[in-house]
Design a protein around this ligand. Structure first.
Ligand code: FAD
Length: 642
């Protein structure tokens, strides 16, 4: 009863869309767990069904039910026992690409430049939408459309974009330098909304919202992480941590102290590469343990683990406090000044613009600004007459040369869709999918390469977008972003106020708004890879109802003092779960070869094999859009040379 009445207060009974979907069709929670082959009554070509429009689906998105079961049955070795005889589509292509993320789409773009626009290309994608991690979420309130990013947030990268990646951005019509004109930079600050920290009673003894005096990491991006003018006064007076810890935070952020005097820059970097940021804080800075508790989750969204598993050197490169006085020579990292662009759907716009280049009828319009509000025509993605075809809801299950890899003229690609297995042939294939999948679909690769591919464990993340009736509670509490070190979601952010093309972002607190919440399911204390594995299992086994309840509880506790009522104010929730999220990036704490030298697994993993080339951001062990493009370019070069 207690549970029931609390659920009622939270609004768990309210009619928001919270069903799970397979291929645009609502299913029950039980059906979501069904193995792929039992879903045989799906339409054969779901993306041509009337009303098929994945960006508008709410509930559990990202790796949604229906997208991963086939791959998991391949992993478990049960797929081929249950699969029927493959059906030959009779289709032949110049190139079949596995994976419809930015790397796969960019590969198609580069291939056409090399082989001509008549080249026949098939892109297979296991999700019901295009773009991979670059995912668009749409919401409707009456006639108004609000857009959120379900994955990739922006064009930005610690490394400068390569000439190749920049030229793609330019070809798509995106003028990165024009971004400031679409951003209402002072909207939140002028309304008194600034970054806050929510201290929760389980971690800090009481629930309290306090000004964040030093929001980070920020670097040179436009994340509006600018502290309020009285933030230090508020923080030093109100933060519910030990007094010494408050003073230590001020010391850490304001002092320019060298914590490793007597060493040169390289020697310091070597020391910092060997300890975690948490140890840097306690052992080198001498900070109170509460400082570590405060900052523990500050690295989640960037690194996918807490500060006990991030090296102090990586923390210094990313803008964490404590390094200003250490005289560290610039590492070459650091966002390229001004090279930043955030579309309301994040880099889903890049994916959509690539689709426009490949199949113009599927993405009407002519500019990088009009595309923001364009409704994609999914029925046009896979037309027989089209040179490029994008086949969604299709998991590649086998890629093999017809004959010996060194001399074969053709490949056969099998894929599962709607409970059946199909085959198509191609002269070449680019695997732009997650590397952990490749050993299961491409058995003929050398064992050493398969091992390297399998080591590319992804970083799990949950990006929840919550449509709110209004943002008056944020206004009353003077908040635009909230860091919640002990929260289920550790970051609760209002999006950058960007109005572009026909799209108008919410400007006043009375308008409906989409709030973005980020959770990283890490398990502090374990080695980073083990944290990713256990976090992945956690995400795959958490149902939408649990996520919804957590969101309602967290927003009620965080915003309640501002008049927020979760039962009244939450209108829709889209939880983008990414059990296989960021590409694994090598760390001096966890990967020996970073300090000691030696072959990197990604160098082995991406080697071409016969008529197969391997792309994806995993191929560069670098979780950024530019790397997905760079790797596509390299992969296309490998199959088109000679
Ligand atoms: C939550 C999140 C936020 C991010 N934010 C940023 C950011 O702000 N800026 C930035 O630059 N980068 C960001 N990144 C990283 C960036 O999104 C990626 O580097 C880039 O989009 C990866 O593109 P990709 O095509 O290599 O891989 P993906 O986008 O993962 O695409 C690969 C596709 O292959 C599909 N696939 C896998 N196996 C199969 C199979 N057997 N058959 C068919 N299809 C298959 C996958 O489902 C996936 O859709 C973010 C990543 C995540 C997860």
């Amino acid at each position: 009863m207690v549970h029931d009445s609390r659920d009622r207060e939270l609004g768990m009974h309210r009619r928001i869309t919270r069903r799970d979907f397979i291929n645009g069709v609502a299913i029950t929670a039980g059906a979501a767990m069904m193995p792929w082959h039992l879903l045989a009554d799906e339409p054969a070509d779901p993306q041509k069904s009337p009303g098929y429009y994945p960006p508008a689906l709410t509930g559990l998105r990202g790796s949604h039910p229906g997208s991963f079961e086939t791959a998991h049955s391949l992993r478990d070795g049960t797929f081929w026992d249950e699969a029927g005889k493959p059906i030959d589509t009779g289709e032949t292509y110049d190139l079949i690409i596995v994976g419809g993320g930015i790397s796969g789409l960019a590969a198609a773009h580069f291939y056409r430049k090399s082989a001509g626009t008549k080249a026949r290309i098939l892109i297979l994608e296991n999700h019901d939408d295009l773009g991979g991690h670059a995912k668009r979420n749409e919401f409707r309130v009456g006639q108004r459309m609000l857009i959120g990013y379900g994955g990739t947030y922006s064009i930005e990268s610690p490394e400068p974009y390569s000439a190749v990646a920049k030229s793609v951005i330019e070809e798509l019509g995106i003028k990165v330098s024009s971004f400031p004109k679409y951003l209402e930079r002072n909207l939140y600050a002028s309304g008194g909304r600034v970054p806050k920290i929510f201290f929760d009673k389980e971690t800090f003894g009481q629930d309290k919202l306090v000004d964040d005096p030093y929001p980070f990491p920020g670097g040179e991006t436009y994340d509006l992480a600018v502290a309020g003018t009285d933030a230090w006064t508020h923080f030093l007076a109100d933060a519910p941590i030990a007094e010494q810890a408050r003073k230590d935070v001020a010391r850490l952020c304001k002092e320019n102290k060298d914590y490793l005097p007597g060493l040169n820059s390289d020697q310091k970097k070597d020391r910092l590469a060997r300890i975690s940021y948490a140890r840097f804080l306690t052992e080198m800075v001498g900070a109170h343990a509460d400082v570590v508790r405060l900052y523990q989750a500050s690295s989640h969204s960037e690194f996918g683990v807490g500060i006990e598993a991030v090296s102090a050197l990586d923390a210094s490169d990313t803008g964490f406090p404590g390094f200003n006085g250490m005289g560290l020579k610039a590492s070459g990292l650091g966002n390229e000044r001004g090279y930043f662009f955030h579309f309301p759907d994040g880099n889903a716009t890049i994916a959509r613009l690539l689709v426009r280049k490949l199949i113009p009828e599927a993405m009407p319009g002519a500019s990088a600004t009009d595309v923001v509000t364009v409704r994609a025509n999914y029925a046009k993605l896979d037309e027989e007459m089209s040179a490029v075809r994008i086949r969604l809801n299709s998991t590649a299950v086998r890629v093999k040369h017809l004959g010996d890899a060194a001399s074969a003229k053709e490949l056969e690609v099998s894929y599962a869709r709607g409970g059946k297995v199909y085959t198509a042939k191609a002269k070449n294939s680019i695997l732009a999918c997650w590397h952990v999948v490749i050993p299961y679909i491409c058995e003929e690769l050398p064992a050493k390469q398969k091992e390297a591919l399998a080591s590319a464990q992804k970083v799990p993340l949950l990006y929840s977008n919550v449509l709110l009736r209004n943002s008056t509670a944020f206004q009353k509490l003077g908040a635009n972003s909230i860091y919640a070190p002990g929260g289920y979601h550790t970051h609760v952010d209002m999006d950058l106020p960007v109005s572009i093309g026909e799209y108008r972002c919410p400007r006043t607190p009375e308008e409906p708004t989409v709030v973005h919440m980020c959770k990283v399911p890490c398990h502090a204390g374990l080695p980073a890879r083990d944290q990713y594995t256990s976090g992945r299992i956690e995400l795959f086994t958490t149902n939408f109802e649990t996520i919804e309840r957590k969101i309602r509880e967290q927003l009620a506790r965080t915003l309640g003092a501002g008049g927020f009522d979760p039962a009244r104010d939450i209108m829709a929730i889209t939880a983008n779960r990414w059990p296989h999220g960021y590409a694994y990036e090598y760390s001096s704490l966890w990967d020996k070869f970073v300090l000691e030298g030696g072959e990197k697994p990604c160098d082995v993993a991406r080697k071409p094999y016969g008529r197969i080339a391997i792309a994806n951001s995993d191929a560069g062990a670098y979780a950024y859009t530019d790397e997905a493009i760079n790797q596509a370019w390299r992969a296309v070069g490998e199959i088109t040379k000679g």
